[in-house]
Ligand binder design. Structure first.
Ligand code: VGL
Ligand code: ZN
Length: 201
């Protein structure tokens, strides 16, 4: 059994958003088109309180994309984004969500960031995604969404670690930073993940 996981297709990661991913909108038709091929589709949603510790605005003297610290780990400080209840946190209306059976929210704890759809960055708290997929008999996880070098990439690494066969759909994702994405991609491949194109699914 295979599942399609739609990662963080939210307005703040799309053109015009607070943390816009270049060409992020290009993935939406690809993800819509792919859905027919999957018996199970779930989504993740970056869902921060307004005072989230990953926001540069809460760190004196820091600017977005500076490095800081959070939960004892090095943290890239982001512009305020995906704030609970705000437009930027909504999943894009252009994405077909009719077949999405569950949405896993992450980044809700102000004290720690959460790139992966499975765990926070300190691996302290699970979102329940792995148990959900296993409970549904899923063995193969296909991933698309935003951003390739952060939330999609870390979700991929955790999927592999959780024992799923992991396929990352390259034309169904876009990175914030191309160089970061190349490094992330080689890590994923090294750990046994498979990079695919949507036409090959
Ligand atoms: C993301 C940075 C901060 C992502 C979320 O969805 O890739 N990136 N929060
Ligand atoms: Zn975030």
């Amino acid at each position: 059994m295979k599942a399609l996981v739609l990662v963080d297709v939210q307005y703040d990661f799309l053109p015009g958003g607070a943390l816009a991913v270049p060409d992020g909108d290009k993935i939406i038709p690809v993800l819509n088109h792919l859905q027919d091929k999957f018996p199970l589709i779930v989504a993740t949603q970056d869902w921060h309180p307004a005072n989230h510790g990953s926001f540069a605005s809460g760190h004196l003297g820091k600017a977005p994309f500076d490095k800081g610290e959070l939960a004892g780990m090095e943290q890239i400080l982001w512009p305020d984004h995906c704030v609970q209840g705000q437009k930027g946190a909504e999943i894009s209306k252009e994405l077909n969500t009719l077949k999405v059976e569950a949405i896993f929210r992450k980044g809700t704890d102000p004290e720690i960031d959460s790139y992966s759809g499975f765990f926070d960055n300190g691996k302290k708290k699970s979102t329940g995604l792995a148990d959900y997929l296993k409970g549904r008999g899923v063995e193969e996880v296909f991933l698309g969404g935003l951003a390739a070098d952060f939330c999609v990439g870390f979700t991929a690494l955790d999927a592999i670690e959780q024992g799923f066969k992991l396929f990352l759909i390259e034309d169904a994702t876009r990175p914030i930073d191309e160089k970061g994405w190349e490094e992330m991609k080689s890590q994923i491949i090294k750990k046994g993940g498979i990079i695919v194109q949507s036409v090959d699914i």
